[in-house]
Design a protein around this ligand. Structure first.
Ligand code: NAD
Ligand code: TYD
Length: 350
């Protein structure tokens, strides 16, 4: 495989995957296809934008004709598909755009792969990047395994579940070579500040309220984004066709406990008195249909492909908070007029 189409490469996780592949595999041509929605930002990739094995193409995955042309123009051998609408709160306000991009966009890419790869599918791969949220919500017991039945609750997770089913259907029906991974919550640099961790770091810096949904007792399983990118690299090269791999760090945190770690770390790095920013914690109306707990069992990926997370959470959080404090230009570039409008619409009446 030489010509690899990475969709959503200007987003949070996609930019880390593009960077890893461009730097690690000089023999691959990496074609980054992204529509540059509010979440896409080419400033995430300035360090590799002039690399000779890197090309950026601005396009919408829902556009049948353009996607088909891109497959033939760049002679695409393999796809790593990350482009998606990705924020649960936005999906509650506008489910249709999630169905369009996540379901129809994925189906459109599958069709283009199937018709351009000429039937024998030798040296081809369609890698679909998905989420643990398709499995639904856990009680205090147990973990999601690859065999857990799908039970999505939010429009976001329902759209991702649907896209996963289409990807598997193309394997079962047409033998299109596919692999899927379902990962837990990611954190790290270049994450859009609508998601919990970058939003809260930014609000701590600016002494703004920290809007904790419900009682802050929901549990998420956090993985450093570079470790997700490493897992995608391993699965892309060694994953078994037709298989699913769960990715996670066995690193569960109650939201309120995680928020206290963020506050402690940020206060220290900002030279404030320890815990000074705890007064910013503000309990607000819970998210509708808020999944209680996510926890991934990633032992299949470890046992079969040898992947393990490289970082302890404390180290990852320290790096992450530092990155946002040192890259205020990047944050300020995003926290513009549209973002302010989104923020007041999302949080004014909570
Ligand atoms: P993101 O919102 O930061 O980035 C999404 C990217 O997709 C953006 O660059 C955006 O411009 C692009 N995009 C959106 N619609 C498009 C369209 N119609 N055509 C082309 N490009 C389009 O998302 P992320 O957090 O980086 O997530 C990437 C993928 O990983 C998604 O598929 C998501 O479901 C999955 N995932 C995310 C997490 C997480 O914690 N963030 C965890 C597990 C899985
Ligand atoms: P988020 O980063 O949106 O990821 P996801 O919903 O995909 O897990 O949210 C992580 C957790 O933090 C989730 O339980 C919702 C909660 N949360 C808040 O309490 N306040 C906020 O402002 C946000 C954005 C999230």
């Amino acid at each position: 495989m030489k010509n690899i189409l990475i969709t959503g490469g200007a987003g949070f996780i996609g930019s880390h995957v593009v960077r890893l592949f461009v730097n690690k595999y000089p023999d691959y041509n990496i074609i980054n296809l992204d529509a540059l929605t509010y979440a896409g930002n080419l400033k995430n990739l300035t360090d590799i934008e002039n690399a000779s094995n890197y090309t950026f193409v601005k396009a919408d995955i829902c556009d049948e004709k353009i996607i088909d042309n891109i497959f033939s123009e760049y002679n695409i051998d393999a796809v790593i598909h990350l482009a998606a609408e990705s924020h649960v709160d936005r999906s509650i306000k506008d489910p249709l755009s999630f169905a369009k991009t996540n379901v129809i966009g994925t189906l459109n890419l599958l069709q283009a792969a199937k018709s351009n790869w000429n039937g024998d599918f030798k040296n081809n791969l369609f890698y679909h990047v998905s989420t643990d949220e398709v499995y639904g919500s856990l009680t205090d017991q147990g973990f999601f395994t690859e065999k857990t039945p799908y039970d999505p609750h939010s429009p976001y997770s329902a759209s991702k579940a649907s896209s996963d089913h289409f990807v598997r259907a193309f394997f079962d029906t047409y033998r299109l070579p596919i692999v899927i991974s379902n990962c837990s919550n990611n954190y790290g640099s270049y994450q859009f500040p609508e998601k919990l961790i970058p939003l809260f770091i930014n609000n701590i810096c600016n002494n703004k309220p920290l809007p904790v949904y419900g009682k802050g007792e929901n549990v998420r399983d956090w993985l450093f984004v570079n470790d997700h990118a490493r897992a995608i690299d391993v699965i892309f090269h060694k994953g078994k066709l037709g298989d699913t791999y769960n990715i996670g760090g066995f690193n569960e945190w109650k939201n309120i406990d995680l928020i206290k770690v963020l506050i402690k770390t940020a206060d220290r790095l900002l030279g404030r008195e320890e815990g000074a920013s705890e007064s910013l914690i503000t309990y607000v109306t819970d998210r509708a249909g808020h999944d209680y707990r996510y926890a991934i069992d990633s032992s299949k990926l470890k046992d079969e492909l040898g992947w393990e997370p490289s970082l302890q959470f404390e180290e990852g959080i320290e790096k992450t908070v530092k990155w946002y404090l040192e890259n205020t230009d990047w944050v300020e570039n995003i926290v513009n007029g549209d973002y302010q409008k989104y923020y007041s619409e999302m949080y004014e009446n909570r």
